[in-house]
Design a protein around this ligand. Structure first.
Ligand code: MV4
Length: 450
């Protein structure tokens, strides 16, 4: 097992990783920018190293500085959290070259899944169902027209280097195709420096359902069920739940079995998420994330597992703590992402927290690095905490979530808490009746919350 883990991240996830290390008896090193001197993960870590000024590219993305922090402290492994360097294959390679363990998949698997065309090709090869579309990159307009005619309109043009929805364009008929292609290419070129695009059947009203997988890198892989992340705004997830309100055990076992077998065949190591669109009872692969995700606690809530502990075990070569037949699902969990944002305009709201009271009680978990008197710096994303609530049933979970939201007080800044108080009382949400467009339509229409 590792002696000392450097946590190459900040905020709630740095704290989350730190807690897992503590429970394993592993010493921790926090790295931080000058904007994060008083962050909770810095206070709680055994050692800390300042790695640069506030902008991420000069600190949390600064590979030479992070490497230097490893050398100074003698850390033998790095946990990248999510975002920042977590899906940077070059970072994984560099750590390897310095005999420091990257707590994550191989650089090669990160690279393959980072290219959306290569990822889809891999999914097809491994027997994962995908959205009908072009076999690879579209090289000429005539090819796009042929594929579109074959799969039928509407179609969606996507960037190979994409993700997060950038460079996506819908074509509703052949007349739209040339413009959609040109616009998607131009956006992809300027956003990613790679203008490769591919084409897919456009699914009009899918849900976003993702399957959590874990591999030990030695040919064993398991799935931990799915999360429904359909409630999102501008490709930022807002509310996630496990299980999905629309899947039964048979559907879950089926798709879970398919992805676990695929990851076994790939020899995948560490935590991964296979993202699907789900429409009319069918799953369609869109992307794979080769990291721990923000919403992993809802999976922890219904499995009783510590996913960061599993990541560390697997990276250390100790293997997974359980086999597929030992995985048991219990109850329902919902996560609300608490952002320091105006709940109507979503404008960032950094600043000092004048009063803080977190909810508690049975089935309530709060993952956050904030505290009363803490000042949220303006340089990073606006996630300041996550409220994760568990119940025996979805109905009980919703009741408990309403109660926990009523207890939650964060004063001095604006937060998205009022949005969640509205959502938990909404009939569509209570019925589990929503798709990937529901929240944006709701916000455009009502905007009824405080
Ligand atoms: C799609 C789609 C409909 N049809 N692909 C958006 C980001 C990227 N990860 C994939 N995305 C989509 N791909 C086909 N063939 C609709 C979306 C999409 C979406 C997907 C998941 C969650 C939220 C979304 C919001 C808008 C569009």
């Amino acid at each position: 097992m590792f002696k000392k883990v450097l946590i190459a991240n900040r905020g709630e996830i740095a704290l989350r990783v730190l807690r897992a290390c503590k429970e394993l008896g592993i010493a921790t090193v926090a790295v931080h920018s000058t904007a994060d001197n008083s962050a909770m993960h810095v206070r709680l870590a055994d050692e800390s190293v300042c790695i640069g000024p506030p902008p991420s590219r000069d600190s949390y993305l600064n590979i030479p500085q992070i490497l230097a922090a490893c050398e100074i402290t003698g850390a033998d492994a790095v946990h990248p959290g999510y975002g920042f360097l977590s899906e940077n294959a070059r970072f994984a390679d560099i750590l390897d070259a310095h005999n420091i363990t990257f707590i994550g998949p191989t650089a090669e698997h990160i690279r393959v899944m980072g290219d959306k065309i290569e990822a889809k090709r891999t999914a097809i090869r491994l027997g994962i169902p995908v959205v009908p579309g072009s076999a690879g990159a579209i090289t000429e307009d005539g090819e796009a027209a042929r594929v579109a005619a074959e799969i039928g309109y509407p179609v969606l043009i996507k960037a190979a280097a994409g993700g997060g929805g950038r460079g996506m364009k819908v074509a509703r008929s052949e007349g739209d195709l040339a413009t959609a292609l040109a616009t998607a290419r131009a956006e992809a070129g300027s956003a990613f420096g790679d203008d490769s695009v591919y084409i897919e059947k456009y699914l009009e009203k899918p849900r976003h359902i993702e399957v959590q997988v874990f591999g030990d890198g030695a040919g064993n892989a398991i799935h931990l069920g799915e999360r429904d992340c359909s409630l999102q705004r501008r490709h930022q997830k807002v509310w996630e739940e496990a299980h999905s309100p629309v899947l039964d055990a048979a559907a879950r076992d089926k798709i879970g079995g398919v992805v676990a077998n695929a990851m076994q065949a790939l020899g995948y190591r560490g935590a991964g998420t296979i993202e699907f669109l789900y429409e009319n009872g069918e799953f369609y692969f869109i992307e794979m994330n080769t990291r721990l995700q923000v919403e992993h606690p809802v999976t922890e809530a219904i499995t009783g597992l510590d996913l960061v502990n599993e990541q560390i075990r697997v990276a250390a070569g100790d293997g997974l703590s359980l086999t597929q037949d030992q995985v048991r699902f219990q109850g329902h969990a919902i996560e609300c992402r608490i952002n320091a944002e105006d709940p109507r305009t979503f404008a960032p709201s950094p600043g000092q927290i004048s009063y803080y009271h977190a909810p508690g009680g049975l089935g309530v978990r709060v993952d956050s690095g904030i505290y009363q008197g803490y000042s949220i710096p303006p340089f990073y994303d606006s996630l300041i905490g996550k409220l994760i609530v568990t119940g025996r049933t979805r109905a009980e979970c919703l009741m408990r979530l309403g109660r926990a939201l009523d207890e939650f007080v964060v004063d001095g800044i604006s937060t998205t808490l009022p949005l969640f108080r509205d959502l938990v009382a909404n009939p569509d949400i209570q019925a589990g009746n929503y798709d990937i467009h529901w929240l944006e339509k709701y916000l455009a229409g009502s905007g009824g919350h405080a």
